[in-house]
Design a protein around this ligand. Structure first.
Ligand SMILES: [Zn+2]
Length: 516
């Protein structure tokens, strides 16, 4: 007697192999039988004729750290078929923290996570809280290098002392013991950006000893792209740990077309024995902050330092003179808490600047002065051919990179990264096979993290399963109306519990904490 029997679907098992017809029997939280199960008894039967039965999607790059508490139903993710979220990316994790610096670090996290209502000290404490509350998806986490550095040395822009290095290593080791998958860096974000390659290689010794992956938002995705790829490869080579590049991208028109070469560099590194991979979100547009469009020196220091520079007319003039020209018709306001914030959201900088009778640069600087958490969205930051190549290449995994900005126009990827690939890139454009796309969403990320009981439809695996209509699946989220759930996701099971049924979230909270 099964608890659930999924009948007659096309099984896309997550391995990349061809789909086949089969029934799936579930007992408790596990898949216990696959095959022709006609006549078997079950408490509950799901008819899956015409539907694809796939492992639940593993979103290997998210910024849902705080959202797991505030929105434990994780609706934007579960409704698109995600059953596991990996948090702590880009150097940003809520833990570890230390007494003198946790406030300033949480302030730094504001732009990506919003207001953080309480403080956590360790990953164990954070996980205890999550487990007590219950959650609809599984959660795995990295230790953010930004958090490590802030806990030990605040926002000091210098190499750590020998003693500080020992403390960072100790905190990282503790995080891994408490279940972290590895360490993430965000080498464009303070304080992670203050590190040298040597510091990162030394910290990787802890990952090498205890087992863990080094994951990086690399140091530059524009002019310094190739040096930055070289750096992550060097870190993999010198430390011997597996390395993974977050959200591969070649930003701004002069760099378009470079993703192919980035992947070639990774392939060459793999040929030399360096275990490297990447993930990608399937969109051309991306949120940007002022730091991304001004010269590096002008974005250095604290938010207040940057703000002061913008307030000084002569510094402002120098910044404008040295900055790359921007296409202001392509940049919209996503989050602005200053005056007129509501009415400006979703409109282009060019439009608003015309109305206000200001130059676009002056408008952006004035907005930042009024609200340092200002977020803009550049609609065509990446080239379509780069995105296609990154989505298609076998080294890459699909991720959302979604964050839950509050009072903002969120990026559609939070609601629809996975259906976007399955609808647009698989069905409509034939960029990759369905089986390959599902592999990149399931077994590939699971194996990358060493999670051996999710990511495949096999007997003995956890019953994390997404059932979708391959002919209907499509994203409905757009840059201007992002908070739309996709169509075509029929059922989502987490730990053998039906969490989405006929496209509706049932409020089930069967997610687990996944420890290394
Ligand atoms: Zn990032």
């Amino acid at each position: 007697m099964f608890d659930i029997l999924i009948k007659g679907g096309r099984i896309v098992d997550g391995s990349g192999n061809n789909w086949y017809y089969g029934d799936v029997g579930i007992k408790g939280d596990r898949i216990v039988a696959i095959g022709h199960l006609e006549g078997a008894e079950a408490r509950r039967v799901i008819e899956a004729h015409g539907l694809v039965v796939s492992p639940g999607f593993v979103d290997i790059h998210t910024h849902s750290d705080l959202a797991e508490f505030i929105q434990p139903e994780a609706k934007p993710k579960v409704m698109q078929g995600v059953t596991t979220e990996v948090i702590g990316n880009c150097g940003f994790s809520l833990v570890p923290t230390s007494d003198p610096t946790w406030r300033s670090f949480y302030k730094q996290l504001y732009f990506i996570m919003g207001e953080i209502p309480k403080r956590w000290h360790t990953l164990a404490e954070y996980y205890d809280d999550l487990a007590k509350q219950g959650i609809s998806v599984n959660v795995a986490s990295y230790i953010g290098h930004g958090a490590l550095r802030a806990a030990v040395m605040g926002f000091e822009n210098r190499p750590p002392s020998a003693d500080e290095m020992i403390q960072m290593k100790r905190l990282l080791a503790q995080g891994l013991e408490e279940g972290a998958m590895g360490m993430s860096t965000g080498l464009i974000f303070a304080p992670s950006s203050f590190s040298t390659t040597d510091e990162l290689v030394e910290l990787c010794e802890v990952l090498a000893e205890q087992g863990g992956i080094y994951v990086s938002h690399i140091r530059g995705e524009r002019d310094t792209l190739f040096q930055s790829v070289e750096e992550i490869i060097e870190i993999g080579e010198r430390s011997g740990v597996p390395v993974h590049m977050s959200h591969i991208e070649a930003v701004d028109k002069p760099n378009w077309g470079k993703v192919g070469q980035e992947i070639q560099m990774m392939e060459a590194a793999r040929a030399r024995g360096i275990d490297i991979s990447y993930d990608v979100f399937p969109y051309r547009g991306s949120p940007i902050r002022v730091f991304g469009i001004i010269p590096t020196w002008a974005g250095k220091g604290s938010l207040e330092d940057v703000r002061r520079r913008f307030m000084d007319p002569s510094t402002r003039a120098v910044i404008i003179e040295q900055a790359r020209p921007q296409d202001w018709e392509d940049i919209i306001v996503a989050k602005f808490a200053g005056p007129r914030g509501e009415t400006w959201r979703g409109r282009t900088i060019a439009q608003i600047a015309r109305e206000e009778g200001k130059s676009p640069w002056d408008l952006v600087f004035d907005m930042f002065i009024a609200d340092t958490s200002l977020i803009l969205t550049q609609l065509h930051m990446l080239s379509e051919s780069d995105v296609r190549m990154a989505v298609r290449h076998p080294l890459g995994m699909i991720a959302s990179d979604g964050s839950y900005e509050t009072e903002a126009l969120r990026h559609p990827r939070l609601y629809s990264a996975f259906p976007e690939v399955l609808g647009k890139y698989v069905r409509e454009e034939g960029v990759l096979r369905l089986e390959e796309a599902v592999r990149k969403m399931t077994s590939a990320p699971a194996q990358r993290l060493g999670l051996r009981d999710i990511g495949l439809i096999r007997e003995g695996m956890m019953a994390d399963i997404t059932i979708f209509d391959p002919e209907a699946i499509r994203s409905r989220a757009t840059y201007f109306d992002p908070e739309q759930y996709p169509v075509g996701i029929e059922y989502v099971l987490v730990s053998g519990q039906i969490t989405v049924e006929k496209g509706k979230h049932k409020g089930t909270k069967a997610g687990r904490i996944l420890r290394k």
